[in-house]
Design a protein around this ligand. Sequence first.
Ligand code: HEM
Length: 147
Amino acid sequence: MLYLLFLLAHLFAALMFIGTVFFEVLILASVHKQLPARVMLLVEQGIGRRARALMPWVLLVLFGAGIGMVWLRYLPVLAAPSSSAFGALLTLKLILAASVLMHFLLTVWLMRRGRVSAAYLRFVHLSLFCHMVAIVLLAKSMFYITW
Ligand code: HEM
């Protein structure tokens, strides 16, 4: 029952995080060309404010529930990651998740110093987008692929 709770919390937090990254890259990026720069700036400031308030909590639930699931079920698998396809793919997923966390912490650190440029944000969004695609592929295929 506790595992199911962690799994559902992880899934909903992942939906929110992945959805936000996909929205930024696939929708917001192309709206740039259709709106005046001044309007776009206001839209981005509004979205940025909301994201900065919400995302730390989403990440807390995502990582907290993920760690909870590993602790309840997958510690033995992760102790010998190379001895099963599941262990190897889960390990790869966790490395990518750690990299996502690094992106987040680095961006917060740079924002506090006022050193975040539009080019940097574009790069981070694109990089996170690639991470999300890989993480979802790994999260689902690790249950089906064997070698
Ligand atoms: C950016 C961070 C992360 C994203 C986007 C993410 C996303 C996902 C998704 C979409 C699933 C599939 C859930 C399902 O359909 O049932 C999943 C499963 C899983 N995730 Fe994550 N995850 C992230 C970080 C983590 C972390 C940090 C851990 C552990 C430390 C973790 C551990 C797991 C485990 C163990 C499963 C398998 C659950 C099961 O079906 O039994 N994840 N993740």
